[in-house]
Design a protein around this ligand. Structure first.
Ligand code: SF4
Length: 154
């Protein structure tokens, strides 16, 4: 059976909502200028902090939750940044790409994982550096939260 994009989105939203959107509580989300402009131009509040070049960090609360996360999930779902769209495939420093074994991971085909990896590897290095830097500031909390999930290199 071929799952259409609409059905795939419903399945994804269901899995993520059952999980409680834990990935949105990890901190360290970055957006490019184009991505942050696309979000604010649609009337969403501006929660971006300029980092370097055209990289912006998204504010998060003390518990590491992204400010765009609410009780119904991501409030900017249709315009969320690339790193959010590619999760649970995540690029780390040194060009390693990992698959975080969250509940969504097992619903992804090998092709989908490869496509996400290819898209992530096209991002400029400084985007990855800034994201990692943000995460280091919350490293202890992050380690505790990410420890919930295994991960593997892909
Ligand atoms: S922008 Fe949306 S998907 Fe990305 S971390 Fe924030 S709430 Fe989650």
């Amino acid at each position: 059976m071929n799952i259409g994009e609409h059905d795939a989105r419903i399945i994804t939203k269901d899995i993520c909502s059952d999980c409680g959107s834990q990935c949105c509580k990890l901190g360290g989300v970055v957006a490019t200028k184009n991505e942050s402009d696309a979000i604010t131009e649609r009337g969403y509040p501006n929660h971006f902090v300029k980092l370097k070049c055209d990289v912006y960090g998204i504010d998060w609360g003390k518990d590491g939750s992204c400010v765009y996360l609410n009780d119904s999930g991501c409030s900017i779902y249709h315009v969320r940044p690339l790193g959010c769209r590619m999760f649970p495939v995540v690029q780390t420093r040194n060009h390693d790409v990992i698959l975080v074994k969250c509940p969504l991971a097992s619903s992804l085909s090998d092709d989908e994982i490869s496509t996400r990896k290819r898209i992530l590897l096209q991002r400029p290095n400084y985007v990855i550096r800034e994201s990692e830097h943000l995460r280091q500031n919350h490293e202890k909390d992050l380690r505790m939260r990410i420890a919930k999930y295994e991960h593997e290199r892909v």
